[in-house]
Design a protein around this ligand. Structure first.
Ligand SMILES: *Cc1c(COP(=O)(O)O)cnc(C)c1O
Length: 437
């Protein structure tokens, strides 16, 4: 047990953090509220390992919430950043590095002709919605319950009980006025979508979703769902926005839109695009993007937007992603870990299921079928917390909530994956016995 009075304990730093930072964290999920225990305080990272201030190492499947597709401190990213930062870290004017990354994004993501960089996913979705409203001259936006689009006001809504029912805000400080233009319906619900399109379609500026939902645990779209969204939005003149902040450059270089071959009007990117630095982006057809200031009337700006250090990191990350066989190799790493778990669950008849897309996965405990946020809520959070703690004790760090995805990176070694697989199998056996007692 580490001494809480010593700066080599997580508890020491968490206590100190709590004295000056609300809840001791700068983003709520870091507080481990849904799994309990002392949050990790990171000292450094290397490859697939995160080291805490107690000197313990953890095989990291959170990967800074998906940003670190090449693992921690990849030598190529470190070198690119060191070179860039020594030449000045910010200028407030355009630099070649953002032009290079813009070209890379446009070449990689099929629906993007022009792109604008911002500093966070929240800014990307907020700006994309403003652009959609400016472009269509309409106010309403439609989202899906359980999908996360950052913390801008219009997205902080609780779904109403009926389809036509306007949602209420899910955070205090967000006035009813600000969310009255947001409609929220269940994900993967064809009828609910058709109904809301029939009643409100012509007033909707944009339908926004994660084409692969990854903030309610990982939940794939039902077959035909994205097709239906694409055809209906086109028919009523609403824009379709894919929030690919997680799926972008994760399920393939072209994201979910390339995987499913469905082209949105606007795409939001984040996480991987910044190579571990604060950068995000939104983009789409030039015809739409050119409505942004200074060309058009939709205002959008940022002091550190397109920051050269973040751009250098992002470019290096995407270039490594573009190497032949990159995604195949990442996916086979993930299969090695995840397929045996799913096989075991099925053969042992365990009340659980594994969802997976590329190198993303979620192990749902307490349910065998999950396609909506209501299904996720029927899972067993106590079982998840116990699994999480068991893994953590063995030096494996899973994303700290049943509502999150886990991320395999290119840095995960065969040994780490094998150890994780064995630990998961043992945990599932123990759980099964515990339940039988
Ligand atoms: C992380 C995330 C965001 C928000 O990005 P931030 O950089 O945290 O503001 C938006 N959408 C999705 C799908 C995300 O996963």
């Amino acid at each position: 047990m580490a001494d809480v009075k010593s700066p080599t304990s997580n508890q020491y730093w968490f206590n100190a953090a709590s004295a000056t930072i609300p809840g001791g964290v700068n983003s709520p999920a870091r507080a481990f509220r849904s799994v309990g225990g002392t949050p990790l305080i990171a000292e450094r990272g290397e490859g697939d390992l995160l080291f805490d201030v107690e000197g313990k190492s953890y095989i990291d499947y959170c990967g800074s919430w998906g940003a670190l597709i090449h693992g921690h401190a990849h030598p190529r990213i470190v070198a690119a950043v060191q070179k860039r930062v020594a030449e000045g870290s910010s200028f407030g004017v355009t630099t070649p590095s953002e032009v290079r990354l813009a070209k890379k994004v446009v070449d990689s993501v099929p629906s993007i002709e022009k792109v604008r960089f911002v500093s966070s996913g929240t800014e990307a979705t907020m700006s994309a919605v403003r652009l959609a409203r400016g472009f269509t001259g309409r106010d309403l936006i439609l989202k899906f319950s359980g999908h996360y689009h950052g913390h801008a006001d219009p997205f902080l809504v609780e779904a109403g009980s009926g389809v036509a029912c306007l949602p209420t805000s899910s955070s205090s400080g967000v006035s009813a006025e600000l969310v009255k233009h947001t409609l929220s319906i269940p994900y993967n619900d064809f009828e609910a979508f058709e109904a809301v399109m029939r009643s409100h379609g012509k007033k909707i500026a944009a339908v926004i979703l994660e084409p692969i939902a990854a903030n309610m645990g990982l939940v794939l779209p039902k077959s035909g769902f994205l097709e239906m969204l694409r055809s209906y939005t086109e028919r009523v003149g609403a824009l379709l926005i894919f929030d690919e902040v997680i799926s972008g450059f994760r399920v393939g270089l072209g994201g979910a839109q390339e995987l499913f071959n469905i082209m949105p009007d606007l795409t939001c990117l984040g996480k991987i695009v910044g190579g571990g630095f604060p950068a995000a982006a939104f983009g789409g057809a030039a015809e739409i993007m050119d409505h942004l200031a200074p060309l058009g009337s939709v205002y959008q700006a940022g002091t550190l937007s397109g920051n050269p250090v973040a751009m250098a990191a992002g470019l290096e990350a995407l270039e490594m992603c573009s190497q032949p066989g990159f995604y195949e190799s990442l996916q086979s790493k993930t299969s090695e870990l995840v397929d045996p778990i799913q096989d075991f669950i099925e053969s042992e008849n365990i009340e659980a299921t594994v969802h997976r897309a590329g190198s993303l996965f979620t192990l749902f405990l307490g349910s065998r079928s999950v396609s909506s946020i209501d299904d996720v809520k029927k899972c067993n959070p106590a079982r998840f917390a116990s699994l999480f703690q068991r893994l953590l004790a063995r030096g494996i760090y899973f994303s700290p909530s049943q509502f999150e995805a886990n991320f395999v990176s290119m840095a995960h070694t065969p040994n780490s994956l094998e150890f994780t697989k064995q630990s998961l199998l043992e945990a599932l056996i123990e759980e099964k016995h515990a339940k039988a007692d």
